[in-house]
Design a protein around this ligand. Structure first.
Ligand SMILES: [Zn+2]
Length: 414
C-alpha cells in the first residue's frame, strides 16, 4: 500500500511539473544563426554604410519641436519617410499617430512597433542639437526621438535587404505618450485589427519591461472653521488632521515582493494655513501611489480613504478625497516567461548589452497594449541621461546597438 501511495505521489508530481513547465516557459525565437545569416549581415552593413546619414537625420528630427499636442510637423516628416521606404500603407490617423503597415506574405501575426514622437518640452520652439564625440545633446534627443530614428532606419535596412516575412508589421510613431499613452490608447481602441504583440521603444538600452505600472494617489484636503490663535482652544485644526493622517498612512503595509506586486507610496506635498496667528481653514497633502498590481493599488487606496475619513471624524473637520480611480496597473499571466520576453532577453544577452534589467513595472506606450491584454514589452533605444530636462543627452554608439536589437527582434519573430 505504501508503495502504491509513493508511486501515486510520484506520478502526480511529474504531472504537475509537466503542467507548470509548459505554463511557465515558452520558447525563445532567437538563435545566434539568425544574427550571422547573410540576410542579417546585409542589413547590418546597410546600417554601417549609412552611419553619418543616420546621425544627421537624428539631429534633424530632434530639431523639429514636438511637445505633446504639437506633433504635426514631425508626423508629416515621418509619414513621408515611411512612404518613401516602401511600406504598403502609410497614413496619419485622426489622432495624429503615424501608421506604416508592412504586410506579410501569408497568415502571420499582427505586430506593432511603437516609438513616440512627442516630448515633454512645452513651449520650447527652438531646439539646437550639439554633438560632442559620442554624445548628442538637446531636449528630446533621447526620449524618444532616438527610437523614431531606430524604427525608420530598421525599416529602410530591412527593405534594402529584400526581407520577406509572414507577419504584418505596424510601425507607429505615436502622439501623446507623455500625457498618458494617449495616442496609442486611441489607436488601439479605434482599430478593427486584432494585435498579437506590441513592442514599444522607449527606455535605456538593456531595459525590458513587460507589465504596466499603475498610478494611483491624488490629493486630500481637510477643512475647518478657522480661528485666531487666542480663540483657538477646541477649534479643529486641519493642519493637525493632515499630520495625523500622514502618520497613519505611513503604517499601511504594501508589498515589496514579488516584483509584479511591488507597491509604493510617497507624500510629496503638504500645505495649509495662511498666517501664523490663526488656525488653518484648509490644509492638504498629496500622495503618489504606484503598483504593478491593480488589486494592491485598490487596497492601498481604500486604506488611505478610510484613514482620512476616520481622522476627519475624530478631529471634526471636513475632508475631500480625490484619488485617481483610473490607475490601470496590469500584469499578463506568464508574461515573464513568454516567447516575446524570452526572445528579447536572448537578443539583449547575445548583443552583450550591459545592465540588462527585466522589469514588470513599465510606464510606456507598452502599457496601452498590456491594458488591452496584448502581449507587450518595452525595449531601450540607446543610453540617455537627464531625460525630461533641457540638458538631455544620448549616446550615439548605443543607437546602433538599439537598431540591431530591433532588427533581430523582427527577424526572430518572423
Ligand atoms: Zn519616452
Amino acid at each position: 500500500m505504501k508503495k502504491i501511495i509513493t508511486l501515486l505521489v510520484f506520478v502526480a508530481f511529474i504531472f504537475l511539473a509537466a503542467i507548470s513547465s509548459t505554463q511557465q516557459s515558452e520558447k525563445s525565437l532567437f538563435k545566434p544563426e539568425i544574427a550571422s545569416s547573410p540576410l542579417a549581415q546585409k542589413i547590418f552593413s546597410f546600417i554601417e554604410k549609412n552611419r553619418e546619414a543616420i546621425i544627421e537625420e537624428w539631429i534633424y528630427l530632434t530639431e523639429i519641436p514636438a511637445p505633446s499636442g504639437h506633433e504635426e510637423k514631425r508626423a508629416k516628416y515621418i509619414e513621408e519617410q515611411f512612404e518613401a521606404a516602401g511600406l504598403d500603407e502609410t497614413y496619419i490617423d485622426e489622432f495624429g499617430n503615424v501608421v506604416g503597415i508592412w504586410k506579410g506574405t501569408n497568415q502571420g501575426k499582427n505586430i506593432i512597433f511603437a516609438a513616440h514622437m512627442d516630448t515633454v518640452f512645452q513651449g520650447v520652439w527652438e531646439i539646437k542639437v550639439t554633438r560632442e564625440e559620442n554624445l548628442l545633446k538637446a531636449p528630446g534627443v533621447g526620449d524618444d526621438t532616438s527610437s523614431c530614428i531606430n524604427l525608420l532606419w530598421s525599416i529602410r535596412a530591412l527593405k534594402d535587404a529584400g526581407f520577406k516575412h509572414a507577419n504584418n508589421y505596424y510601425f507607429l510613431a505615436t502622439v501623446g505618450e507623455e500625457i498618458g499613452f494617449r495616442g496609442l490608447r486611441l489607436f488601439l481602441d479605434d482599430s478593427k485589427e486584432k494585435f498579437d504583440m506590441l513592442i514599444a521603444l522607449d527606455a535605456n538600452l538593456g531595459s525590458l519591461s513587460y507589465g504596466a505600472l499603475g498610478f494611483g494617489g491624488g490629493r486630500v484636503v481637510f477643512r475647518g472653521p478657522g480661528a485666531h490663535t487666542m480663540n483657538s482652544r477646541g477649534v479643529p485644526n486641519p493642519n493637525l488632521a493632515v499630520a495625523k493622517a500622514i502618520d497613519r498612512i505611513y503604517n499601511i503595509s504594501v508589498p515589496a515582493e514579488p516584483p509584479e506586486k511591488y507597491t509604493i507610496y510617497n507624500v510629496g506635498m503638504i500645505g495649509g494655513g495662511k498666517v501664523n496667528n490663526a488656525v488653518s481653514q484648509e490644509s492638504f497633502f498629496s500622495i503618489d501611489l504606484r503598483s504593478g498590481d491593480q488589486a494592491e493599488l485598490a487596497k492601498a487606496a481604500r486604506q488611505i480613504e478610510e484613514i482620512c475619513r476616520q481622522v476627519a471624524d475624530e478631529m471634526e473637520v471636513e475632508v475631500e478625497i480625490s484619488l485617481n480611480k483610473n490607475a490601470r496597473a496590469r500584469q499578463l499571466p506568464g508574461a515573464r516567461h513568454s516567447t516575446l520576453v524570452r526572445t528579447a532577453e536572448d537578443i539583449l544577452k547575445f548583443l552583450k548589452v550591459k545592465d540588462l534589467e527585466i522589469d514588470p513595472l513599465g510606464s510606456t506606450d507598452a502599457n496601452a497594449g498590456i491594458e488591452r491584454g496584448i502581449p507587450s514589452i518595452n525595449l531601450g533605444r540607446t543610453y540617455c541621461r537627464y531625460n525630461h530636462s533641457l540638458r538631455e543627452e544620448a549616446e550615439i554608439e548605443g543607437l546602433f546597438v538599439g537598431m540591431k536589437q530591433d532588427i533581430l527582434m523582427i527577424l526572430s519573430l518572423n
